[in-house]
Design a protein. Structure first.
Length: 207
């Protein structure tokens, strides 16, 4: 009887620990802007976020599933497996820019992002949606439609929403790489601060 009680206690604690661990995962699903493009991984904003959260929130594990060049379709194809593997409580969704840079139909981009959001909600994960902008040379109508796409999705699903992660960075040449698209090492901490303004309230909801 004693051993049965001990076994039951062990199994209960194990299950609680497993639930606690999975409930403390933050999944970052992005493209080169989140994959520390042309930089050491530790210099990217995701690694900086992990370092910043480590002391006040040591229970949160940050998983960076971002891939340079990733499209919304590519992200969608990987998303289900990532949800199953990590069971995140929070997801930062930063995809779509490569769709626009390649001139893909924006309605398909929207559908891909919405499918990911719906899958995330089915897994009880909270989503921070990050919007983006593309260069004006893609045409005023297309660039405006692309930028507005994210706000429409955020309103539809009542998401935490950051309109532009490179605010205060993109137009400052001292903070950008030579390609004019990606922040350099000095720009990464500012990108992080932009994101934290919207992410921290989401994390605080579960305290």
């Amino acid at each position: 009887m004693f051993f049965k009680r001990q076994l039951l206690l062990f199994l209960t604690v194990s299950l609680l620990f497993a639930n606690f661990t999975s409930a403390s995962t933050l999944l970052v699903m992005g493209d080169s802007l989140s994959a520390a493009y042309n930089l050491r991984q530790e210099a990217g904003w995701v690694s900086l976020l992990e370092n910043q959260l480590s002391k006040p929130n040591p229970e949160i594990k940050v998983v960076n599933a971002s891939v340079s060049g990733e499209t919304s379709q590519g992200g969608l194809s990987r998303f289900g497996q990532l949800l199953s593997e990590y069971k995140p409580s929070w997801i930062i969704l930063e995809l779509g820019a490569n769709d626009a840079l390649r001139g893909y139909p924006l309605d398909q981009t929207a559908k891909n992002l919405e499918k990911m959001i719906e899958q995330a909600h089915q897994s009880n994960a909270k989503v921070l949606l990050i919007g983006n902008k593309i260069p004006q040379n893609y045409g005023k109508r297309y660039t405006e439609m692309f930028f507005e796409l994210y706000e429409k999705i955020a309103n539809k699903y009542k998401l935490a929403y950051l309109p532009f992660m490179l605010e205060g960075v993109a137009l400052n040449k001292t903070l950008m790489q030579d390609d004019g698209l990606h922040p350099n090492k000095d720009g990464q901490p500012l990108v992080l601060q932009n994101i934290l303004r919207y992410l921290q309230p989401l994390l605080d909801e579960d305290k």
